[in-house]
Design a protein around this ligand. Structure first.
Ligand code: HEC
Length: 195
């Protein structure tokens, strides 16, 4: 619930700073034009320069702020969480297939990434994020929030069990891949839209 209001709030702020950013951009354009066309008097020019740098700073602030807000949108957060899970599965897969030698530190880091992201994933579906940012989240998530969370917990649980009894060779990593992989399809089937 807290997240929902936070994200609404964020969108509201973004809405408010957008016209401000436009204003700032127009200001910079005008000043630069005056300076380059030579219509500004020398002292006016100095003044303009100082103002320009001030305004440029403000513009930069705007850009950074917008970027920070955009990045924190739950749709983007949950997609990057899934991406991290996918990449970790890729690293495990390379070992399982013998493309990479067994490396305990890679196996551990991959399992930790999967566990942490699977635990945090279900919190990134506040009301109001059913669409947008090319989300592949199915509407069923919001109808069956508990089941959805259980499926994510299942993946985290499998990863935690493997962390407690780490696979020690290529074949072991292969077995781990199977156990982890079964949970992906089980959730995607119901809760991820096919595009
Ligand atoms: C609890 C449900 C659930 C589980 C478990 C799950 N996923 Fe996902 N996955 C989703 C949903 C929902 C999306 C779409 C998210 C969005 O676009 O907002 C997704 C998207 C993805 C994406 C695309 C990310 C992107 O770039 O947008 C990848 C890759 C992915 N999942 C891999 C995996 C792998 C690999 C596993 C198993 C190790 C897994 N997922 C387990 C629900 C799940």
């Amino acid at each position: 619930m807290a997240y929902m209001t936070k994200s609404r709030h964020r969108r509201l702020i973004l809405h408010k700073i957008s016209p401000l950013c436009d204003l700032v951009a127009t200001g910079i354009g005008g000043m630069l034009r005056r300076i380059t066309s030579g219509t500004a008097r020398p002292n006016q020019e100095k003044h303009c320069m100082r103002l320009t740098s001030l305004v440029l700073g403000a513009a930069l602030g705007c850009v950074c702020l917008s970027a920070a807000f955009a990045q924190e949108e739950p749709q983007a957060v949950r997609q990057s969480q899934m991406k991290a899970i996918g990449q970790s599965m890729g690293a495990l897969g390379a070992i399982a297939k013998g493309e990479k030698p067994y490396d305990a530190s890679v196996v551990q880091a991959s399992l930790e990434t999967i566990s942490a992201n699977a635990k945090a994933f279900p919190d990134q579906f506040p009301a109001g994020t059913e669409t947008g940012m090319e989300t592949e989240a199915a509407p069923a998530i919001w109808d069956n929030a508990e089941d959805f969370r259980a499926k994510s917990d299942k993946l985290a649980g499998v990863a935690d069990t493997l962390l407690a009894a780490m696979p020690t060779d290529q074949a072991g990593v292969g077995g781990a891949m199977k156990a982890l992989g079964a949970t992906c399809g089980d959730c995607h089937e119901t809760y991820r839209l096919k595009r």
